[in-house]
Design a protein around this ligand. Structure first.
Ligand SMILES: Cc1cc2nc3c(=O)[nH]c(=O)nc-3n(C[C@H](O)[C@H](O)[C@H](O)COP(=O)(O)O)c2cc1C
Length: 308
């Protein structure tokens, strides 16, 4: 295990998800036990053009020491300049070298960096010059597993921590994420991919010998994956968190928070009775009080049936 330079305050964190891991969702996950999180990915170019438009992404005061600011880009000097500007905004700076989405890859950023390891090294070198705490989030390769090469390249440029999603970029989200992975222990390594339960966390750590894991999709509607409590949440606990999440979203986005919450409805109602009917109904709701009322009724009904 690589413990050198490990500045992360724990082993299980919330992985970055553009459009999902905003301040409200990070807060929900921290309250259930996530030890650290990332911002959504932020364009280095946009930071340089106008840092203020990115304000919504940056960590807030109450979480500043728990959140890494993730940057994406393809130009070493742009990334380094942006990194210097955002460093003080969070606990650390992370480079996105894993996103396979066409919009990002077309610009030579995200997982496209894995096609040119020399460029990746140059980027890390320039960022390393200006940033105190630096991590890279990557995949195991562009179209084949080259993680050994990537890992060694990152370590040779002095990166502090590596996060790896155990798939190639070409795989996107198909197949199964690899947990059994090259890990010589030179730096702390955190695993990502297909972690949906506490049992998965344990297995991924055992198979990889990693220092920790980060959870992405498995936390949507299930922030209890971060909890130390081995028992699943009660219906009442779930309802409390759902209502809190809706309040946080409307606090952040006003009325639009109701629409933002739709991303989480399937997750919060997974495996619940008549979930499909309920989802169809709530996806049409646009008023915050009606949305909360619908959840109160649905969850209370389930709770009653359980206890009768
Ligand atoms: C909706 C969505 C958005 C994502 N956005 C980012 C991102 O902004 N930066 C990043 O490094 N990874 C991003 N990822 C990748 C995740 O952090 C994670 O590595 C991947 O989803 C595999 O983990 P999982 O199986 O736990 O979801 C995103 C994934 C999803 C599903």
């Amino acid at each position: 295990m690589g413990t050198k330079n490990n500045f992360l305050p724990g082993t299980v964190g919330l992985a970055p998800m553009a459009g999902v891991t905003d301040y409200p969702f990070r807060k929900i996950c921290f309250e259930q036990g996530a030890k650290f999180a990332f911002t959504e990915m932020i364009s280095a170019k946009s930071v340089l053009l106008n840092i203020a438009v990115n304000e919504k992404y940056f960590p807030r005061t109450d979480e500043k020491n728990l959140v890494g600011v993730q940057l994406f880009g393809s130009d070493p000097f742009e990334l380094a300049q942006a990194a210097a500007l955002v460093e003080e905004r969070g606990l650390w700076v992370d480079l996105n070298a894993g996103c396979p989405v066409a919009k990002v890859v077309k610009r030579g950023a995200g997982s496209a960096l894995l096609k040119d390891i020399d460029l990746l090294k140059k980027i890390v070198r320039e960022m390393r010059r200006v940033v105190n705490k630096l991590s890279v989030k990557t995949r195991i390769g562009w179209e084949k597993n080259e993680f050994e090469k990537i890992y060694d390249a990152l370590v040779s440029e002095g990166v502090d921590i590596i996060f790896v999603h155990g798939r190639t970029a070409k795989q996107m989200y198909s197949g199964k994420a690899k947990w059994d992975i090259y890990n010589p222990g030179a730096v702390p390594l955190y695993i990502s991919g297909d972690i949906y339960s506490k049992e998965d966390i344990k297995q991924a750590m055992e198979l990889s010998g990693a220092d920790g894991v980060i959870v992405a999709r498995g936390a949507i509607g299930n922030p209890w994956i971060f909890s130390e409590n081995q028992n699943p949440p009660s219906i009442d606990d779930k309802l409390r968190v759902v209502l809190q999440h809706i309040d946080l979203l409307t606090g952040e986005y006003g009325k639009h928070g109701v629409i933002e919450f739709r991303k989480f409805v399937a997750g919060y109602t997974k495996d619940m009775p008549h979930a499909r009917e309920f989802r169809n109904k709530v996806m049409k709701i646009t008023d915050v009080n009606n949305l909360k009322q619908a959840f109160v009724e649905y969850f209370t009904n389930i709770s009653k049936h359980k206890h009768s």
